[in-house]
Design a protein around this ligand. Structure first.
Ligand code: MG
Length: 323
């Protein structure tokens, strides 16, 4: 078994980028990193568990990608640059083909994100993947959920709902839909984008930020509550992808508001900073849409043409099979 464990360490050793702030990486009892003076450390951790976050037999390359995205997205939501990651894998058995593909997905995104993998651990057990990540932000510059003010504009990167639709399609492969629609939506679930550069750009720009992991509606409720205000979403301003509208014309809005696992950034800013946001969005080709605003009255409402729409948020069971 210990030879296998050593082999695992070999899988992980060269996966991430070499960073000058890593004093000692994988191979000792613990890693040593050197913080930049004048910076705050942002720490986060998140897991993927078989049965809860993915189906048995899920593409290991996608699992490697997603295990990192869920943590990169949390860093981005704080305005932090991601720096270092630790990986803890529970595997039912050492499966080299699985590990190679997992590492391909995990490693490619580590490289693209400039993150060093400074520790890895393997335990035998039901399949689950936990990543711990640390990021860096100039002292005091982190963006939190709690800085929003009534009147601030509510903005969303990209669009939501596609990941939930992709998750449905993977769970029910018999569902009839065009191949191009299926692949676009499954891609958004299996290989989501973490908005790392946007997160960094939101320092000094956004008054509050959260990443959309559980669903736009519920995550907005969290941001609004933390900022001690309410929020209004403009129904007609909410971006829906062409693929989502093609897949589910009647439930696209429900999926966009409640689907989850999009890893887009939902943030607020005063109107006076909108031009600066637009300049960043244009320069980096990051779509950002104003979808509403914060208000003094607590709670989240959906509005259309000046009046409140009745809307009941649903929670989507990740892998429910509906007849
Ligand atoms: Mg989060």
């Amino acid at each position: 078994v210990s030879a296998e464990i050593d082999l695992i360490t070999d899988y992980f050793r060269d996966l991430g980028v070499a960073r000058s702030d890593v004093v000692l990486g994988i191979g000792d009892d613990a890693a040593i990193v050197r913080e930049s003076p004048g910076c705050d450390l942002i720490m986060t951790t998140d897991s993927l568990v078989e049965g809860s976050h993915f189906l048995p037999g899920a593409d290991p390359r996608s699992l490697g990608h997603r295990a990192l995205v869920i943590n990169l997205s949390d860093c981005a939501a704080m305005g932090a640059s991601p720096c270092w990651a630790l990986l803890s894998l529970n595997l039912p058995a050492v499966d080299h083909s699985w590990l190679q593909q997992f590492c391909a997905g995990f490693g490619a995104l580590l490289q693209r994100s400039g993150v060093a993998l400074i520790g890895g651990n393997l335990t035998r057990g039901p399949l689950s993947i936990t990543v711990q990540m640390a990021g860096s932000v100039p002292a005091g510059a982190a963006v939190t959920r709690s800085g929003g003010k009534p009147g601030d504009l509510l903005c969303l990167s990209g669009s939501t709902g596609d990941a939930a639709a992709g998750r449905e399609l993977l769970a029910r492969p018999g569902t009839a839909t065009a191949d191009s629609v299926r692949s676009a939506l499954c891609q958004r679930f299996e290989f989501p984008t973490a908005r790392v550069a946007l997160g960094v750009a939101l320092r000094g720009l956004a008054s509050a930020c959260i990443d959309v992991s559980d669903g736009l509606w519920v995550d907005l409720e969290r941001l609004a509550a933390a900022s001690r205000c309410g929020a209004e979403i403009e129904h007609d301003a909410l971006p829906l992808s062409a693929a989502l509208q093609a897949y589910a014309p009647s439930t696209a809005m429900q999926l966009a508001l409640c689907g989850g696992e999009d890893y887009e950034l939902l943030f607020t800013l005063p109107q006076s900073r909108l031009a600066a946001l637009q300049a960043h969005a244009d320069a980096t080709s990051t779509p950002c849409t104003v979808i509403g605003r914060l208000c003094a009255r607590p709670g989240v409402t959906l509005r259309r043409a000046g009046s409140v729409m009745q809307f009941s948020p649903t929670t989507f069971d990740h892998f429910a099979v509906r007849n």
